[in-house]
Ligand binder design. Structure first.
Ligand code: SAH
Ligand code: SF4
Ligand code: F3S
Length: 480
């Protein structure tokens, strides 16, 4: 789920980290993030590493000494957006040559030195596994050298780093549980930019969630490219456990986090249809605070396309997993990702995506036109041969269908009463609050005396395809 959002670190976060070194003292850091939730989460790790060096953070790029841009390579337009932004920074540097500009994340990993040496757009390049090295890299640039670290690691999980949260007094936070991806879906650049899959020590995950709860957070989203393949089989001393009963899988991790507090909501992303097991669904059904919502990307409704995509499941397998969700977590909301116009996709293969959507009736979907990415299996094996006009026609068709399904899904909620976690003021009006249901629908309701970070029961009275509207019928006191 790539998001076109710039998020900057709140200046008011300074001072929370312990300054261990003074290399950044008096210097201001500005970070901008693009791409998936994982990137936003990584920017918080970066902020933590650099505030420990004495840097303070700023929301204003014009007062920054160091500007870092955390980037995404998932589709070509994600990279184009970053290039445009880097060109703007380059212009700023004409008036302020001492300002350092660094690129982080997936584009840094994919393009390595070229943005620095050939295109001369940046002073520093750091890949997703190199953030601990940032203080050194910044120092190198300061002494007139070019600084690049794009080494991928087999074991870096930043497990011991407590991220500096972007939104002070926030309600919802991301917690990374795995990094990298071993799946090699043929269209996808992530395995090349993020490296091999590795899981993070469960004790550090639970500890981070507990700390967040104690700071007032009421929702955590456990993040990984494929959360269902989470597996930890190390002892705290770093030895491999030989007894499989001692390993921790995703269902067990979910239970451990659910037990932090009944008032801490648990979400997770992304589930993979080939790996999502019934024990994960059973753990969801068992704990009221694990939200009944699954993001289960299908990509295509046709088994031949899925095979070319190297997704590891068929249409039938996917539909069986949907049936398992409906059976074990009956009122679960389901969303998906769909790619249209993948290599050789025919009209009838596209039609299979439409019939699958009609069968599943997703509550929400993220839909993309196929964008060929360098080095991927699809780029090497197949031709990006679906005409852009046809890709556009197909994506318009699925977006229209999904909008109708989202509206129907929301209309079904009218008349029900749902538990909502209040996230804050509604964007549209000072008089309204907004929050989410467990099923992840956004609800807007009159503000009354209700507080951000608390739970209320809201009766749903109206909706659009994107939002529910309601009124509070009951406040829910904190759990004992
Ligand atoms: N790990 C997650 C998603 C990662 S990327 C998963 O496996 O589902 C998020 C979404 O971007 C993907 O689900 C896919 O729908 C889309 N995507 C990835 N590569 C793409 C490409 N080359 N062109 C278009 N969409 C792409
Ligand atoms: Fe990409 Fe597939 Fe891994 Fe998701 S599971 S990140 S789509 S390779
Ligand atoms: Fe983009 Fe990298 Fe995430 S390519 S979607 S930022 S893992």
């Amino acid at each position: 789920m790539e998001e076109a959002v710039n998020k900057v670190i709140d200046e008011s976060r300074q001072g929370e980290a312990v300054v261990l070194s003074s290399r950044g003292e008096g210097k201001k850091l500005y970070i901008e993030s693009y791409g998936c939730q994982m990137n936003f989460s990584d920017s918080e790790v970066v902020a933590s590493i650099l505030t420990k060096e004495g840097f303070s953070t700023t929301r204003n790029v014009d007062e920054a000494d160091v500007v870092l841009i955390n980037t995404c390579s998932i589709r070509e337009n994600a990279e184009t957006r970053v290039r445009n932004r880097l060109t703007e920074f380059k212009k700023k540097k004409e008036d302020k040559p001492e300002m350092m500009v660094g690129i982080l994340g997936c584009m840094a990993e994919r393009l390595k030195k070229s943005l620095l040496e050939e295109e001369k757009l940046v002073d520093l390049v750091a890949g997703p596994d190199a953030y601990r090295d940032l203080p050194n890299l910044i120092e190198e640039v300061g002494s007139g050298q070019k600084a690049v670290n794009v080494l991928l690691s087999r074991d870096e999980t930043y497990a011991d780093i407590s991220p500096v949260r972007m939104d002070k007094g926030g309600v919802s936070a991301f917690v990374t549980i795995t990094r990298g991806c071993d799946n090699m879906c043929s269209f996808c650049v992530v395995p090349f930019t993020r490296g091999r899959e590795r899981s993070r020590d469960p004790e550090t995950i639970v500890e981070e969630c507990r700390e967040l709860f104690n700071k007032g957070y009421r929702e955590v989203t456990l993040l990984g490219q494929n959360v269902d393949s989470y597996r930890w089989n190390m002892t705290s001393k770093g030895e491999i456990k030989d007894n499989s009963k001692l390993t921790t899988n995703f269902a067990q991790l979910m239970e451990m986090v659910a037990l932090v507090s009944p008032d801490l909501r648990i979400r997770f992303s992304t589930s993979h249809p080939k790996d999502m097991t019934d024990d994960v669904l059973e753990a969801m059904a068992k704990y009221e605070n694990v939200c009944p919502y699954i993001h289960l990307p299908v990509q295509s409704g046709n088994s031949d396309v899925l095979k070319r995509m190297n997704r590891g499941y068929t249409r039938e397998w996917y539909l069986e997993r949907i049936a398992a969700i409906r059976r074990i977590v009956p009122d679960c909301a389901i969303s998906t990702d769909i790619i249209t116009g993948f290599c050789d996709e025919t009209d009838s293969e596209h039609e299979d995506t439409i019939t699958l959507m009609n069968e599943v009736k997703y509550d929400y979907a993220y839909m993309f036109k196929y964008s060929e990415r360098p080095k991927t299996l699809a780029e090497r094996r197949f031709e990006d041969n679906v005409d852009d006009g046809i890709k556009s026609k197909r994506i318009t068709e699925i977006i229209e269908l999904q909008t109708q399904h989202s509206l129907e899904s929301n209309q079904k909620q009218i008349g029900t009463t749902q538990k909502v976690l209040i996230e804050g003021k509604s964007k549209r009006s000072e008089e309204q609050l907004c929050g989410r249901t467990g099923r992840n629908s956004m609800v807007i309701f009159p503000k009354g005396e209700y507080q951000k970070g608390t739970y209320v029961m809201v009766k749903i009275n109206d909706c659009t395809s994107a939002t529910l509207f309601g009124e509070v019928v009951e406040e829910i006191p904190p759990a004992k």
